[in-house]
Structures are given as C-alpha cells and as structure tokens.
Design a binder for this molecule. Structure first.
Ligand SMILES: Cc1ncc(COP(=O)(O)O)c(C=O)c1O
Length: 462
C-alpha cells in the first residue's frame, strides 16, 4: 500500500497535432471564439481589439459561456457533485457563476473563504457556506474558526494539529463541523514536482504508507468536536492520464474500506470520498487532454467497481479548477518593443509578463500566442515573447509562433490563461496586476479592476 506508483510522463497524448505555424487552432480558444468580417477574433460576441481599447492591456478576457458550460459539465460528470477549486481563479463574479451553475466551491485559505462568502448577501451567503469546502495544509485557528462560524459544508483536515485546533474550538462553542481527512495515497502524478501532491514525500495530507492516515481516522472517528464524513485525496495538477487518478482512487478506497466499512473504527462515516482535482488541459498545439466528461466517466466507472467490491455507499466527488477556467480566458498584451538579435532570436516585449502569468517561470510551462487582429493568418515567425519585469526569466512564451511583421503597438494574446495566472500573479516591480473582463452576448464587463500604484501605496506605512 505504501509503494509509490510512478506514471510515465505525458507527451501531450498521441492525438493529432495541429500545425504550429498555421493559424491558432480554435480548440485552444474559448468556446464562443469566432472570426469577424475584419479578421479579428471575437469572444462572447465581442471583438478583442475593441475590448482591449475599452479596458486597456494587459487584460484577462474570460468567455462567460465557456465557464458556464465547463461548470455544468463538471457538475453532471460526478453524480456526487463537484466543487470548483477556487485557487485556479477567484473573484466575486466567478464565485457567483460557479454556484449558479451547480458547483460547490473549494477554498484553500481564509481569504478565499471570505471572497466567496462576500459575493453573496444574507441568507444566500449562509446557503452558499454549506457548499464550501475548506482546504489548506496549515489552517490557522482564525481560518478554522471563521469556517466553523460561517457553517462551511466540509473542512478537509490535513494534520493532527488541525484536529487539536478543532477540539479546542469545540470546547469553546460546541459547534461540530463536518470533516474529511486528506490522505496521501503514495501515487505520484506525472506532472511537475511542484504540483505533484499524492506521493508519500509530500507536505499535504496524512500518509497512508506511514500509518498516519489510519491513526487520523481512528482519532477523528472518536472525536466529539467533529463529524467525520469521509476522506479526500488530490494527487496533483495538470495530470493528463485519467488512469493515474483512477489509481489514486483505488489506493484510497483500499485504505478506507476496512476502516469505514462494517466493524471498522469509522464504520458508517464514509459519506463522501473526494478525488480532488488535477485534470490537465492542453496549452499548446502539441497537447490534447481528456474532457471533463471523459475524466468523470473514467473515475465514476472505477468508483462503481470499487464501491461494489467493498460494499461502500459513499458519494464520489471531485474538485476541478484548471479544467473549468484555463481554456475560458485569453490574455491580451500590447507590444512595446521588438529586438532582433541576428542569428539568435527576436525578443518581443509586452506590457505584462511574470506578474500575470508566473507559470512559465515556476514550472517551465509552455504557452502559445496569436494576434487577435490577424487571427486567420499563418504564424511562420518564431519569437520569444517576454514581459516587462526585471528578470531575464520573465518569459511568457519561449518560442511563440506569430505572423510576420510584429511591431510595437500590436495586440498579442496568449490563450489558455484562465487558470493560475491571475490568482498566482504578483505586483513585482510594483507593476499592478491586470484587469479582468467577462464577455458574453456581445457585452464586456469588468469583474476585477486594474491594480493601481495607489492600491500598492495604500499598504505603505509612512
Ligand atoms: C486540494 C485540491 N483540490 C483541487 C485542486 C485543483 O486542481 P486542478 O486545478 O488541477 O484541477 C487543487 C490544486 O492544487 C488542490 O490542491
């Protein structure tokens, strides 16, 4: 049970590969993408050139129809329900959208929790709280207290110290929150080590292989300050092979069955088994990923087999983040300079970069590029698309395919930037984070305004 299972690295997926020098393939663009008569890209019925002119750049543009469709798909793909992993991208508008499309919401800090709760008023906030799952590998007293007070649906406990804190809080006010235990199954996801969390050597969860997970179940099932409602695992993010996630599901079920089944210390407490998120998305022309429905079907089928085998009745739930929002957005930038280094490469510098998309620098992630005003044109040139932050590593796309003749003032876009871009961005060099717009039915509305220098100066204590 404690052996680590290592999966082969993904290479995209073997499906057909789009010509990387051709026009940007539509499968990398949001669902409502279309070409206008002028050859401009429209999303949600809005010409991206106009949207950039209205709100400025850099700008995240999310296709609301795409977001809604992915939320509905996820909610339908798992009979037990699905929670949107808010860390991928969160603001009030996104919280409202996910809830309105039938998803629960997973938050991983007190800040994300407050963002979700404050997106709703009065009674609606109380109802939404019941649909919130609180995560985090080191929840403070304050975060646990706020979650209990709000009445969140589930707290996913990650350590014995959190069980201590919940006991202590219970002694004060007698509240009994529903709890899942996060376990680490010893299944290594085939992804970047920084987003791989299911292996035994992880800061997350109670290890199954070390015996910690069993001890946690024994303790939690006897605790009076919590109601043990199940187990949770999340093996990592940007995982292309559903089989890896199915293996994790199997490992967790094999672990849980004797403990939560008849005669076990936690008999009758397995209402819910959460398999976390992690479904990968295609970022570039060479990648293809399973759909949310394919992922849900693969896991639900496996779960039916496993639960029948072990006589378990629990609901299987999931927590996709990236697969909901990544493909829904593009980032618009304005080119500021073009530097050709003869015989080496051409650098095209834009007005954003690391601060709105740290993934290339953190994980070496690959992106592609296109020009919204020349979207049907081939992209025969290769340039290095770089940002304006003071780091040589501030590279957005190492080898970006673009039409010939990119020049200062042009609009350039990167697709598939809806996940872990805005949310992980930072105002390095006191370059404020971009604005975010949702587009739908021919209208563009701002959902996050641009961060200003005044916003940053407001934190300085003079
Ligand atoms: C506990 C948990 N659930 C869900 C997710 C969402 O993962 P993804 O965005 O890859 O679907 C994460 C991401 O790190 C996570 O840590």
């Amino acid at each position: 049970m404690n052996a680590e299972v290592s999966e082969a690295a993904p290479s995209g997926t073997g499906a057909s590969v789009d010509d990387p020098s051709g026009p940007i393939p539509f499968r990398l663009l949001p669902a409502t993408a279309e070409v206008s008569d002028e050859g401009h890209l429209r999303i949600g019925g809005c010409d991206l050139v106009d949207v950039a002119a209205e709100f400025g750049t850099p700008l995240f543009v999310y296709d609301e129809a795409h977001l809604r469709a992915r939320c509905r798909e996820a909610a339908a793909a798992f009979e037990g329900g699905a929670a949107y992993a808010a860390k991928a991208f969160l603001c009030a508008a996104m919280a409202r959208l996910a809830i309105s499309e039938g998803m629960d919401i997973d938050v991983s800090s007190g800040g994300e929790l407050q963002t979700v709760l404050r997106a709703f008023d009065g009674d609606a906030a109380d109802e939404v709280a019941q649909r919130v799952v609180l995560h985090g590998n080191n929840k403070s007293f304050a975060e646990l207290a706020a979650a209990r007070e709000a009445g969140v649906g589930r707290i996913v406990v990650d350590s014995f110290e959190e069980l201590d804190r919940l006991d202590e809080l219970h002694r004060v006010d007698g509240r009994v929150p529903r709890v899942l235990l996060r376990v680490t199954p010893g299944v290594r996801a085939e992804t970047h080590e920084y987003i791989s969390t299911g292996q035994a050597d992880s800061k997350f969860g109670f290890g199954i292989g070390t015996g910690a997970a069993m001890a946690a179940v024994e303790r939690a099932s006897a605790a009076v300050g919590i109601e043990l409602a199940g187990v949770h695992c999340h093996i990592g993010s940007q995982v292309f092979r559903t089989e890896s996630l199915a293996k994790a599901l199997e490992a967790v079920t094999d672990f849980a069955a004797p403990l939560f089944g008849d005669g076990g210390p936690a008999a009758g407490c397995l209402e819910e088994l959460s398999i976390g998120g992690g479904l990968g998305v295609a970022y570039v022309e060479s990648e293809h990923a399973p759909t949310i429905t394919e992922w849900g079907t693969a896991l639900s089928d496996r779960w039916r087999t496993l639960s029948d085998r072990h006589g378990l009745q629990a609901r299987l739930v999931a927590e996709p983040g990236r697969a909901i929002v990544a493909g829904a957005a593009v980032t618009l930038y304005t080119v500021g300079s073009v530097k050709e280094i003869p015989g080496v490469r051409t650098y095209v510098a834009v007005d954003g970069g690391y601060g709105d998309n740290p993934r290339p620098m953190l994980y070496g992630s690959d992106y592609t590029a296109f020009m919204p005003a020349r979207v049907t044109e081939p992209r025969p040139s290769r340039v290095r698309l770089v940002g304006k932050h003071c780091e040589s590593g501030d590279v957005i796309v190492r080898s970006a395919p673009v039409p010939d003749g990119v020049a200062a003032g042009d609009l350039v876009a990167t697709p598939v930037t809806g996940a872990y871009g805005y949310s992980m961005g930072a105002p390095y060099n006191r370059i404020g984070r971009p604005a975010v717009a949702f587009v739908s039915d021919g209208e563009a509305r701002l959902v996050i305004r641009r961060e200003t220098v005044d916003d940053m100066l407001a934190l300085d204590v003079l």
